[in-house]
Ligand binder design. Structure first.
Ligand code: URA
Length: 440
């Protein structure tokens, strides 16, 4: 087989068979195909698209390009979620322990922040001592004993995707739903999941800004994941404002602890966490329906069981034993806390959530270059939501910063993010706007 013939076939709109896809993915993994050939195939796929069968074959070939994790010794359904990413999205921190409280095993392999979006891994690492890169034995032990472990990628999962994504990133071929589907799912499936729930976000702070594009991606992900043997559903959720009232690293962990302890719960965060959990429990056969799953999630959260398991997970992965009791003793605080007020009082009618994420990056809470370290202490709290009033008593947000310069830059980004007007102009969307059911 020749790579150029495979590229030509796709360029002309033909459907690649399983062997052709396997040959090309093997070439991506072992450098048998050049960067130019990989980018040419990506561009051909960008324009000519992939059939469902091609997408499934590409996903499986990329999944099989490296390690595949196995959980044979765990006697519970292996469940995980994937979010396409957003601002103030700390759902995983509540979802993982709540699912564990409901009988699921959740080996959650999470990522770092990307661009304006935050990363679960960066958030967890703001807990002193927490080891996000444990040995495989420790990872297995924590999932077995606690029911969940949130860690970063350890093994060599889907190396074909790593190279493919790197080339797509610099050849204007990231924005292909077919390639995004195979990229996301190859990594998730390599983690050895049995069922999956997807949080596909739409809006100003989302990877997919339009609802229609988010829905198309969600449909593709659900069809391919189910076609690859993993029972999966998706929720399409709102990212037109920060999900939590905090955005950053330590501040989002504190927000999650408050949520788990019931001392402060952001309502949209609650809706999405419970809805995601309901889906996951139904997909895993741990609830008769998504609605019954939501009831079980509510109990797991309100009983304090999810909080207890989060605390156990933190401790078993190296964090303080009394973290849940005294998080403020351990989470680093920035030296400055400055409220930012709107120039004119009124109601928040819309928010550019991307700009809110940019404000966090300006503070040093996100990365400009992939190798940058993030500052755990900086970020935003008391973020005003759409439909709330801002005036000289009620700020847009409180900025947690190291110095005046950071405050100034974050203020510019924040003020640019907020549109203040009248109640009649408020653009508010449901937290969960749509659902794509499993296809099996
Ligand atoms: N995230 C991924 O993991 N892959 C893509 O292609 C796009 C977003």
């Amino acid at each position: 087989m020749l790579p150029q013939e495979i590229i030509r076939k796709k360029r002309e709109g033909g459907a690649l068979n399983k062997d052709e896809i396997q040959f090309f993915v093997d070439g991506i993994t072992n450098n048998g195909v050049t960067d130019a050939q990989v980018s040419s195939l990506a561009m051909a796929i960008f324009f000519q698209k992939l059939t469902l069968e091609e997408r499934i074959n590409l996903t499986l070939a990329m999944r099989n390009s490296g390690d595949i994790m196995r959980w044979d010794t765990i006697d519970a359904p292996i469940v995980d979620k994937h979010s396409t990413g957003g601002v103030g999205d700390n759902v995983s921190l509540m979802l993982a322990p709540a699912l564990a409280a409901c009988g699921a095993a959740v080996p959650m392999i999470s990522g770092r922040g990307l661009g304006h979006t935050g990363g679960t891994l960066d958030k967890m690492e703001s807990i002193p001592g927490y080891s996000a890169k444990p040995s495989n034995e420790t990872f297995l032990k924590v999932v077995k004993e606690v029911g969940c472990a949130i860690i970063g990628q350890t093994g060599n999962l889907a190396p074909a995707d790593k190279r493919f994504y790197g080339i797509r990133d610099v050849t204007a071929t990231v924005e292909s739903i077919d390639l995004i589907t195979a990229s996301i799912l190859s990594k998730k499936l390599a983690a050895g999941l049995e069922t999956l729930v997807l949080d596909v976000k739409w809006g100003t702070g989302a990877f997919m800004a339009s609802f229609e594009d988010a829905r198309a991606l969600a449909e593709s992900l659900v069809k391919v994941a189910n076609g690859a043997g993993v029972k999966t559903s998706a929720l399409i959720t709102d990212m037109n404002e920060s999900l939590a009232s905090a955005a950053g690293n330590a501040v989002e962990v504190q927000n999650a602890v408050d949520f788990l302890k019931g001392t402060h719960i952001d309502s949209r965060l609650w809706d999405i966490t419970v809805a995601q959990g309901g889906e996951a429990l139904a997909n895993a056969g741990l609830a008769a329906s998504a609605e019954a799953g939501c009831d079980a999630m509510t109990k797991a959260l309100q009983s304090g069981k999810a909080a207890e398991l989060f605390g156990k997970m933190v401790h078993q992965l190296g964090g303080p034993a009394d973290f849940m009791e005294k998080p403020e003793l351990y989470l680093e605080k920035a030296p400055m806390e400055v409220p930012i007020y709107a120039d004119t009082p009124g109601m928040v009618t819309r928010v550019n959530a991307r700009q809110v994420g940019v404000a966090v990056v300006e503070l040093g809470g996100g990365r400009v270059k992939p190798e940058d370290a993030v500052d755990p202490a900086v970020g935003l709290t008391h973020i005003a939501g759409v439909g709330t009033t801002v005036d000289s008593d009620n700020p847009i947000a409180i900025v947690h910063a190291r110095d005046e310069d950071q405050v100034a830059r974050a203020t510019v980004a924040l003020k640019a993010a907020y549109v203040i007007g009248d109640a009649a102009d408020v653009a508010e969307y449901p937290a969960v706007r749509d659902r794509i059911a499993p296809t099996v």
